[in-house]
Design a protein around this ligand. Structure first.
Ligand code: GLY
Length: 571
């Protein structure tokens, strides 16, 4: 009843601030600015920067450095990311791609041999030096700073240095990550010898700290002080970079100082589509996220046009099987067509066109998994997401990652920087599922200097040229399905953000050919999908969304998915 009243209140324009008393702790409203991240400490740091007069970019930089401290399992200077931003003054959207790249020595043959030799041991694209791609994180933050920030970099790094010195607060999500990592340390005990730093410092040699305790990271504080003094050179030409190379090579990897010095980020044009009177502005390749989201939305739009009242009219019965079919088409195309656009032609325009969606919608839900997406085309758990909006209308959606939980386990000592295992996002062994069970194709083959295909999907929904919703997620391919469903819940089903975030989430990624849920699905939903011929997986999997809704009266509603313990914060 209350939910219905809230929805009704929003529809008739009742000020949402009046409804504040009922908000859950993971939802915050303000007109002065907003940060939504998966770490309460990082959100608070960003909100303080806004309160001191910094803009959304200043805050985003401070949040990202803070996440490097408080979410070592997900992100940090050893990783990379994507930023989608709305620049208020210029009234335009732009994308920065600071995704990791494959080292110069990374050839297909090398990875084929490594995988063949690994047999039952730890997968070489997940653990060890060969999992490590050239980090782009600091290059990205420094570029954001150079172009858009108003405060000195030194000042923006400071709160993260303090957090590293005093310690971040251990929470349930951190402990879940420890559990996951320790299970692999037990499965392959040699990991304890080879990757002792993560085991001893972050995992407490098998006895992680308790929730609520502080965990200091003095080495990382030292690295951040170097970054504050030397800027990007600290990593790309200096002592931190040298430590990264030493650690990676000691773990039999390929990273060189030349790879670091040669790292280049890219500015890219966002991909755009329209849905139900809104424009959707999102991440282009080398992310698969934007293309999959737009392809799925287009297919749903075409399918829904058969019903009076569109998708809304069939939300409780036909929408779930329609969504699963659309996702299967989009993920089949992901596997076949998507990769680094600088290295391989990616038919983006075709994949996100309504004509193509009509072809796929006409096929609806073929029985054979081979018939999803197109085989021919005309030419053409780690991870952390946060959103920031400032009072001037700048909006940032930034997703960053070291890929798997605690990345490659390789640590650049003495700085405590965990290096990514982004090489596993390549199709290093075509046909073999990667860490996320994704089977990928030729377009995403490993190659020197290439960027591995990503699912990170910073996205904005736009009305009359202004963002009305900024969001993104962590969770590998579940990023795509989580962003898509929260977005549809808001713009199609007109749910308040709290309700949009709280719905059961459905995930299908074409292969494995199963539907996943984030939790036990309602019986009716499960029966409906089974009745439509879909196999349901018992395992529970989901992404973790961070979002800011920008309401017409200037209110910013920040929401941090309760699934990872984040909290939004306002100045
Ligand atoms: N490493 C996760 C992703 O980029 O999709």
């Amino acid at each position: 009843m209350l939910r219905r009243l809230i929805a009704l209140g929003l529809l008739i324009g009742l000020s949402p601030l009046a409804l504040r008393a009922d908000d859950p702790p993971w939802l915050v409203r303000s007109q002065a600015g907003m940060v939504a991240s998966d770490s309460p400490e990082a959100s608070r740091i960003g909100a303080d920067v806004l309160a001191q007069g910094g803009n959304a970019f200043d805050a985003a930089i401070a949040v990202s450095f803070a996440l490097a401290v408080s979410r070592p399992q997900s992100t940090g200077l050893g990783g990379g990311g994507f930023m989608l931003a709305c620049l208020a003054k210029e009234n335009r959207f732009m994308v920065l791609d600071f995704r990791e790249t494959a080292p110069t020595g990374a050839t297909r043959q090398r990875y084929a041999e490594l995988i063949a030799a690994a047999s039952d041991g730890p997968p070489p694209t997940i653990y060890g030096g060969n999992a490590v791609a050239v980090p782009g994180q600091l290059a990205g933050l420094v570029e954001i700073h150079r172009r858009f920030a108003t405060r000195p970099l030194k000042e923006l790094v400071q709160p993260a240095i303090k957090l590293a010195e005093t310690g971040f607060t251990v929470d349930d999500h951190y402990l879940e990550a420890c559990k996951e990592a320790l299970a692999d340390y037990e499965k392959w005990p040699k990991l304890k010898e080879d990757f002792a730093e993560v085991y001893k410092t972050l995992l407490g040699s098998g006895q992680p700290p308790k929730a609520g305790q502080k965990l200091a990271r003095p080495g990382l504080a030292r690295a951040l002080r170097l970054v504050a003094d030397q800027g990007p050179d600290a990593v790309y030409q200096g002592p931190i970079g040298q430590a990264m190379v030493k650690a990676t090579q000691a773990a039999r990897g390929l990273l060189t100082e030349k790879d670091l010095a040669g790292y280049r980020l890219r500015e890219r044009e966002p991909v755009r589509g329209s849905y139900s009177g809104y424009e959707v502005v999102t991440m282009p390749p080398p992310s698969s996220g934007g293309v999959c989201i737009l392809e799925t939305l287009n297919i749903l739009h075409v399918m829904a046009s058969d019903f009076q009242g569109g998708l809304r009219a069939v939300r409780d019965d036909l929408y779930p099987p329609m969504l699963v079919c659309a996702l299967k088409h989009a993920f089949a195309d992901r596997a076949r067509w998507l990769g680094d656009p600088d290295a391989t032609p990616v038919p983006v325009r075709r994949l996100i066109s309504r004509d193509y969606a009509r072809e796929l919608a006409d096929r609806f839900c073929p029985a054979s998994n081979e018939e999803y997406g197109s085989t021919r085309m005309p030419e053409d758990r780690g991870t952390s997401h946060f959103c920031v909006a400032d009072k001037d209308g700048n909006v940032v959606a930034l997703t960053e990652t070291i890929n798997g939980v605690f990345g490659s386990l390789v640590v650049a000592e003495p700085y405590g920087i965990i290096l990514n295992n982004e090489m596993d996002d390549f199709a290093t062994d075509p046909g073999r599922p990667n860490l996320y069970g994704l089977v990928q194709g030729e377009a995403n083959a490993v190659g020197p200097g290439k960027r591995p295909l990503s699912s990170m999907s910073p996205t904005m929904v736009v009305k009359d040229d202004r963002p009305v919703l900024a969001l993104g997620a962590s969770g590998g391919p579940r990023i795509i399905t989580s962003v898509l469903q929260v977005m549809l819940n808001v713009i199609e089903f007109e749910m308040p953000l709290e309700q949009a975030m709280s719905q059961v989430r459905i995930h299908h990624q074409w292969l494995p050919n199963e539907v996943y849920f984030d939790r036990e699905p309602p019986g009716e939903l499960a029966r409906g999908l089974q009745g439509a011929g879909h196999a349901l997986a018992g395992q529970r999997k989901t992404g973790v969304v961070q979002a800011i809704q920008l309401l017409p009266d200037g209110t910013l509603v920040g929401a941090s998915d309760p699934r990872k313990g984040g909290r939004p914060a306002a100045p």
